[in-house]
Design a protein around this ligand. Structure first.
Ligand code: NAD
Length: 432
C-alpha cells in the first residue's frame, strides 16, 4: 500500500508550470542571481537542483474504521553547508513543486543568516482541520515513520510550518525516538519545552519580523513608533508579529485570515483580535466596529508597512500596481512573484524579502537544535538577545550589498545566500 519514490536526479523542468507556481518563482529568482554572480553553469546547475526528493503515499486509519491514503513529500535541496533544515506543512495545496521551492528558499535563508544548515521542506496534502485529533496523530506518526529513512538530527531536522505546530512536532519526535529505541530530541525543532523545545521558539519568526521592521524603518529614516501596519494572515507568524509590533508602538490598522480581513483606521487592540480568534471564528465575523475587507483589499491599503504573512503568490502581476504600502516585510515564504517584484521596484516600494525577514524561526530552531545536542538549555532573554544580533547583522550585510551592487533587497539577499552556498560547494569539491 505504501509507495516510496526517492529520486536524486533532475526535477521536472520549471518552464511549463503556471505563472504562480512557487518553484518557477524560486528558479527564476535563482537564475537571475546566478547570472549576476557569474556562476559557472555546472555549479549553478548543482545549486538549482534539489539533491534528494522523497514522495510517500501512505495509509491512515480514520475514526470511522475506513482507510485513506495520503500523499506527503520531503525535499532536501542542498547540504553543502551542513545538515538540512526546514518545516513540515499540512495544507490541501501541498505539491512537489511547492515543496521544492520552499526547500530551495530554506537553503538561501540559512545561508543569509549564516547558520550551518542546508535547506529542506516537507508536507502532506491534507486539511488538518478536517481531521480529528486522533486522525491527525495517526497521519503524523505514519508520515514521520515514512520519511524517517532520510531524516535525523545530523541529517535533516524538520520544524513546524503552515498547519503544523508543537504538538505535531512532539508526535514526530516520539515516533522517531521509538524507532531508534532511545529519545532523540534533536530530530525536530519547534517542540514543546517539556521535551527539549527552546524558550522563544514559538514567537521567533514574528519576533524576527519585528527586529527586521525596526531595522528597515531606521534605514529609511523612519521609526516603528506610530507606523501604520497591515498584516495578512493571523497564524503563528502573523499574529505574533502583530502583537510584538503593537507592543513596539506600531498602529495595527488591518489584519486578515483565510476568511477575509478587518480594517480600523484608529487601530486595533491585539488582545481583542486574539480573543476573537480564540472563539474559533474567522476575524471578519468576530471583530466588531471595523470595516470588513477582503484579503485583496488589505494588500492595497496605503499603510507604512505591509506584512504578507499567509502564503505564496499573494502579490502578483495582477495586483502589484495597486499596492500602496511604503514598505513590505515578507512574513510568508514567497508571497511576491518575480513579476510583482519588478512592478514594486518600479513604483519605488522596497521589499524586505522572506529569506531575510522571516528567518527568525529557523534561527531559534538552530538554537533549539544546539541546546538539544548539548542537553543544556538557555533562558528566554539569552535566546532573544542572540536572535536580535543575528537578524540585525544579516539585515546590515544585505543592505550593504544592496547599496554596493545597486540591486533590490531580494536580489542582495539572494546574492549573499547563494554565494555562501556556492563557496561551500566549491570548497568541498565534487565527489568523487
Ligand atoms: P499558520 O497556519 O499558523 O497561519 C496561516 C494564517 O494564514 C492563518 O491565519 C490562515 O487563516 C491564513 N491564511 C491561509 N490562507 C490564506 C489566504 N489565502 N489569504 C489570507 N490568509 C490566509 O501558518 P504560519 O506558520 O503562520 O505560516 C505562515 C507563512 O509564514 C507561511 O508562508 C510559512 O511558510 C511562513 N513561515 C512560517 C514560519 C514559522 O515558524 N511558522 C517560519 C518562516 C516562514
Amino acid at each position: 500500500m505504501t509507495t516510496n519514490t526517492v529520486s536524486s536526479g533532475q526535477p521536472e523542468p520549471a518552464s511549463q508550470p503556471p505563472a504562480n507556481n512557487p518553484y518557477r518563482t524560486a528558479v527564476t529568482q535563482f537564475n537571475a542571481v546566478a547570472e549576476r554572480l557569474h556562476l559557472d553553469p555546472g555549479l549553478a546547475e548543482v545549486l538549482r537542483t534539489p539533491k534528494r526528493e522523497l514522495t510517500v503515499n501512505f495509509p491512515v486509519q480514520m475514526d470511522n474504521g475506513s482507510v485513506r491514503v495520503f500523499t506527503g513529500h520531503r525535499v532536501q535541496h542542498n547540504e553543502a553547508r551542513g545538515p538540512v533544515k526546514g518545516g513540515i506543512r499540512y495544507h490541501p495545496s501541498v505539491a512537489i513543486d511547492e515543496v521544492r521551492a520552499l526547500a530551495m528558499w530554506m537553503t538561501w535563508k540559512c545561508a543569509v543568516v549564516n547558520l550551518p544548515f542546508g535547506g529542506a521542506k516537507g508536507g502532506v496534502a491534507v486539511d488538518p482541520k478536517s481531521l480529528s485529533e486522533g486522525e491527525l496523530e495517526n497521519l503524523t506518526r505514519r508520515y514521520a515513520a515514512e520519511i524517517s529513512i532520510i531524516v535525523g538530527p545530523d541529517r535533516d531536522i524538520p520544524a513546524p510550518d503552515m498547519g503544523t505546530d508543537a504538538r505535531i512536532m512532539a508526535w514526530f519526535m516520539d515516533t522517531y525516538s521509538m524507532n531508534m529505541g532511545h529519545s532523540v530530541p534533536g530530530v525536530v525543532t519547534g517542540k514543546p519545552i517539556s521535551i527539549g523545545g527552546s524558550q522563544g521558539r514559538v514567537e521567533a519568526t514574528g519576533r524576527g519580523l519585528l527586529y527586521i521592521a525596526q531595522e528597515a524603518q531606521r534605514a529609511h529614516g523612519r521609526s516603528l513608533e506610530g507606523a501604520t501596519v497591515a498584516v495578512q494572515g493571523f497564524g503563528n507568524v502573523g499574529a505574533t508579529a502583530a502583537r510584538l509590533l503593537q507592543a513596539a508602538g506600531a498602529k495595527l490598522v488591518a489584519v486578515s485570515d483565510v476568511g477575509g480581513g478587518v480594517y480600523r483606521g484608529s487601530g486595533f487592540e491585539w488582545a481583542d483580535l486574539a480573543r476573537a480568534k480564540d472563539r474559533g471564528q474567522v476575524l471578519h465575523d468576530a471583530v466588531k466596529n471595523a470595516d470588513i475587507i477582503t484579503n485583496e483589499e488589505l494588500l492595497e491599503l496605503p499603510v507604512d508597512i505591509l506584512f504578507p504573512a499567509a502564503m505564496e503568490g499573494q502579490i502578483s502581476s495582477i495586483n502589484a500596481s495597486k499596492v500602496h504600502a511604503r514598505l513590505i516585510v515578507e512574513g510568508a515564504n514567497g508571497p511576491t512573484t518575480p513579476e510583482a517584484d519588478a512592478i514594486l521596484a518600479d513604483h519605488g516600494i522596497p521589499v524586505v524579502p522572506d529569506i531575510l525577514a522571516n528567518a527568525g524561526g529557523v534561527v531559534v530552531s538552530y538554537f533549539e537544535w544546539v541546546q538539544d545536542l548539548q542537553s543544556f538549555f538557555w533562558e528566554e532573554d539569552e535566546v532573544n538577545v542572540k536572535l536580535h544580533r543575528i537578524m540585525t547583522r544579516a539585515f546590515n550585510e544585505v543592505q550593504a550589498l544592496q547599496e554596493r551592487e545597486q540591486v533590490t533587497m531580494r536580489e542582495a539577499a539572494n546574492m549573499l545566500g547563494v554565494s555562501r552556498v556556492a563557496e561551500a560547494l566549491q570548497t568541498r569539491g565534487i565527489f568523487p
